[in-house]
Design a protein around this ligand. Structure first.
Ligand code: HAM
Length: 390
């Protein structure tokens, strides 16, 4: 038997219903507030992410599905969406400020476990062009509208990581500090020390915690302009009743961020989505001078955090006359009723059995023009009102 690739998923039945439910909510909320859907390719040149996310980031150094195509070009299955949206913006909309939304599969070679997959779905929004603190607020506020629409319980954590220069200075001091305490770090953190110092702060390993707790804090490295922007955002959020927690350890794993970083975390500590501001990405990629802010949600993580009861159709249409079946299907569709129908032209008894197995309430027999109520075991002449009323 050919096995399924590790870390990938088949989303079917109740999970599929959940997936579609979340996707519908995503587009309902973000379309309403002016985000235009942009679908970018799953394949990109490796260079895009190496430059934007950063060569030393964990995603690029360890997690990319990277290969040479038959023409010898180095390609990757996209690990995230922001860089591609930025690429699109520079090619087509450079002079504008746009609101984009995207929804689709991402690929990261991670250690698979619940809520962490190698192929997963992100739904994201980005504002790109000439943006300011008001744009940061919009992204956060619109994200909250989306999470509230799904009745999710979450908290919002925010931080400022200052300019790229501030972060460089901070990382230098952080490196010296961890280097001094290297003996006391876990093996995993030791491995991150040289190329990925900042990521040591993400460690949940009990060995690392006391060392991390005493590490220098990024807040004392932030320039005045960034502090002002951060203060303005906090004031705006407070004025708009948006609750948040400040977390000065929230530096996030992608190099393109500056100033604002934030995450939405559920009650179990699971990060449902995260994002931030990226003012220098276009400059780094050498494609212009625009800036942006955005967020991406882990759709499977959201699916795993909600419980919804999805009702399958309660009606099964049976019969042997294709034309009649089609006429009844149309009638039900026009009345916004969901139904099952025979997947092929089988005997009426077989169809009836299938209907019973699916536990439907009503069977419409199109040969007899009747409705059978399987719960009360009654049969009446077909009348659409009976179905509508239920
Ligand atoms: P990220 O934090 O790497 O940010 O991913 C965003 C979200 O995707 C995470 O919070 C998580 O919910 C989900 N996620 C990430 N990796 C996995 C995985 N292996 N399995 C399941 N879910 C996962 C970004 O990707 C940025 N592009 C976000 C952004 C948008 N920043 C600005 N604009």
């Amino acid at each position: 038997m050919i096995e399924q690739v590790k870390g990938t998923q088949n989303i079917y039945e109740n999970d599929a219903e959940k997936f579609l439910y979340v996707r519908n909510k995503f587009f309902k909320i973000f379309k309403k507030s002016g985000y235009s859907y942009l679908q970018t390719p799953h394949l990109e040149y490796s260079e895009l992410f190496e430059k934007s996310i950063g060569e030393n980031s964990e995603i690029v150094s360890k997690q990319m599905y990277q290969f040479n195509d038959k023409g010898g070009r180095s390609l990757v299955l996209r690990p995230e969406g922001t860089s591609s949206i930025v690429r699109y913006h520079s090619q087509n909309q450079k002079e504008l400020t746009n609101q984009y939304s995207y929804f689709g599969q991402m690929f990261r070679y991670e250690n698979p476990q619940k809520n962490r997959y190698r192929e997963f779905t992100q739904g994201g929004i980005e504002i790109i062009g000439t943006i300011d603190t008001f744009s940061d607020f919009q992204i956060i506020n619109d994200s909250i509208r989306f999470l509230n629409e799904l009745s999710l319980k979450f908290s919002l954590e925010i931080n400022t990581i200052g300019s790229i220069e501030d972060r460089k200075n901070y990382t230098k001091d952080l490196y010296s500090y961890f280097k001094l305490n290297e003996d006391q770090l876990s093996d995993d953190s030791k491995n991150k020390l040289e190329l990925n110092t900042l990521r040591i702060l993400d460690s949940n390993n009990a060995i690392d915690i006391p060392i991390i707790n005493n590490a220098p804090d990024i807040s004392s490295y932030i320039n005045e302009g960034s502090i002002k922007k951060y203060d303005l955002l906090k004031t705006t959020m407070t004025q708009n009743d948006i609750a948040f927690k400040e977390n000065s350890r929230l530096v996030r794993g992608l190099d393109y961020y500056n100033d604002l970083t934030f995450e939405f975390v559920n009650d179990d500590g699971l990060v449902l989505g995260g994002g931030g501001r990226y003012d220098r990405i276009a400059d780094i990629l050498n494609i212009g001078t625009f800036n942006g802010v955005g967020v991406a949600f882990g759709i499977e993580r959201i699916m795993n955090s909600i419980s919804i009861k999805i009702k399958p159709p309660e009606i099964y249409i049976i019969g042997v006359n294709l034309e009649k079946i089609t006429t009844y299907c149309k009638l039900l569709e026009n009345n916004d009723l969901n139904y099952f129908k025979p997947p092929r032209l089988s005997k009426i008894n077989t169809q009836y059995k299938n209907a019973k197995n699916l536990d439907v309430k009503y069977v419409i027999n199109t040969d007899e023009d009747t409705i059978k109520d399987l719960v009360n075991n009654t049969s009446i002449e077909f009348n659409i009102e009976v179905l509508i009323d239920n």
